[in-house]
Design a protein around this ligand. Structure first.
Ligand SMILES: Cc1cc2nc3c(=O)[nH]c(=O)nc-3n(C[C@H](O)[C@H](O)[C@H](O)COP(=O)(O)OP(=O)(O)OC[C@H]3O[C@@H](n4cnc5c(N)ncnc54)[C@H](O)[C@@H]3O)c2cc1C
Length: 411
């Protein structure tokens, strides 16, 4: 009855569970899936998020399975270098930027949560269908899977919706909101085992959305065969799209034409795509920012609160920062309603700015600028197209807005 009820054992829910447990605030996590499997492909954790995970004692476990990313490198679709800057520790941050398989990240969190909090604190096969509250607590209702039969009701002090972009609790509070908003860009995502490219820890962005953009970065250290698991995302403006589903298979023939002549000295892109283990298709979506997340004893967190288009490496990181802010608010406020209001004050405006900036000026705005200024033609010298100062300003602007400039982190 005194427990905080966390709905969803994804990245945000598990991090919140760990943070609450460390703060000695009892909680239980209820997850819709029957079993937590390492699903997904690549995700990036910027230094503000890895700082929080280090506080939870997870940096070494992450370092064993992830890549400490060293540089962001931008090319046009002719393979010409536009801009390169160091990232994470290589850029002087106190914590690394990690590029990691989402499944590996989820397993690191799970392998920490279960022994620390106890096996009985994570309950699977519980799909939240709604929540009610009274002056003493919350009643969270569950079925066994979407559309499944009733599994009963759990009482708690507070409920936190960490149930992702299809959040049932968000839908309850905003019934007229409709489906996530399609950005006009479709994504094909995959992983390929390949020899290390560039620095071996580079995050590459190349091309532009109208003709085809690629994001490529390694997510697991090289094995005995010298090959890394390398994540890639092909992003192309596409009028139509299919319903989003994290596990929908995609077809290489639907998009490889855009990259047919991308034969660079650092990578043969068509060969690399064709060597993929598997290909998934997912439309790039977000939702308009909400006016509020906290309703008495119930609040939203992570993608349930602020789904964003994945153009700033910030989705998982902002869920992790929510967990920290919510834990702090609960420690600082005895009254749970005041705590959830304080959490909303701390996080809503910041994440609203990030959601909107990810639509307009995320880091890949660098590619858009060069694409427009060159009329999509090869350039002679990049300095004739855009100055180094402008490139740095574009990159630093996003860091400031999303809260991971070095100055912001040091203070
Ligand atoms: C299966 C899956 C694969 C993904 N793959 C990628 C990827 O490859 N790359 C990427 O950038 N992002 C991926 N994401 C999204 C990414 O994890 C999030 O954008 C980000 O980490 C924010 O995390 P979150 O905890 O808010 O949401 P999520 O990580 O999406 O977690 C939500 C959790 O809630 C559970 N859940 C959903 N509905 C209910 C309900 N009604 N009751 C109880 N539990 C519920 C889900 O099963 C999931 O475990 C994936 C998400 C999922 C669920």
């Amino acid at each position: 009855m005194d427990d905080i009820i966390i709905v969803g054992a994804g990245i945000g829910g598990l991090t919140l569970g760990l943070a609450l447990h460390a703060a000695k605030i009892p909680c239980r996590i209820f997850e819709s899936a029957a079993e937590i499997k390492p699903i997904g492909v690549g995700i990036n954790l910027l230094p503000h998020a890895t700082n929080e995970l280090a506080t939870l004692g997870l940096e070494q476990a992450l370092a064993r399975v992830a890549i400490a990313t060293e540089d962001a490198t931008f090319f046009n679709r002719f393979g010409q270098l536009i801009y390169q800057e160091p990232l994470g520790r290589a850029a002087g941050y106190d914590h690394p930027q990690f590029s990691i398989h989402r499944g590996d990240l989820q397993m690191v969190l799970l392998d920490a949560f279960r022994p620390r909090a106890g096996d009985n604190r994570l309950i699977t096969n519980h799909h939240c269908v709604g929540v009610e509250q009274d002056e003493f607590g919350v009643s969270v209702h569950f079925s066994d899977g979407p559309g499944g039969s009733n599994r009963g009701t759990v009482r708690g002090r507070i409920a936190v919706a960490c149930d992702g972009i299809n959040s049932a609790i968000r839908k309850q509070f905003f019934p007229g909101e409709g489906e996530p908003r399609y950005s006009g860009v479709n994504m094909w995502r995959g992983v390929t085992r390949w020899k290390p490219m560039l620095s071996g820890a580079s995050m590459v962005r190349a091309g532009w959305l109208s003709h085809g953009k690629m994001v490529i970065y390694p997510i697991r250290p090289a094995g005995a065969d010298g090959l890394q698991l390398i994540n890639w995302v092909a992003e192309i403006e596409t009028a139509t799209y299919r319903k989003r589903d994290w596990t929908r298979p995609g077809s290489i023939e639907d998009f490889i034409g855009a990259f047919a002549d991308w034969h660079f000295d650092w990578l043969d892109v068509p060969a690399f795509i064709r060597a993929a283990d598997s290909v998934l298709e997912f439309p790039m979506v977000d939702q308009d920012p909400l006016p509020r997340w906290s309703f008495g004893r119930v609040t939203l967190s992570g993608d349930a609160a602020h789904p964003m288009v994945p153009r700033g490496s910030n989705g998982a990181g902002q869920a992790i920062l929510d967990a920290r802010a919510l834990t702090t608010a609960l420690l600082e406020n005895d009254d749970p309603i005041a705590a959830l209001a304080a959490y909303q004050t701390q996080r809503l405006e910041t994440t609203t700015r990030i959601v909107l900036t990810n639509r307009t000026n995320p880091p890949d705005a660098i590619l858009r600028e060069v694409f427009q200024r060159t009329n999509d033609q090869p350039f002679g010298a990049i300095d004739d197209v855009i100055s180094r100062d402008e490139l740095v300003a574009l990159s630093e602007g996003y860091k400031r807005i999303s809260g991971y400039s070095k100055d912001a982190l040091r203070t």
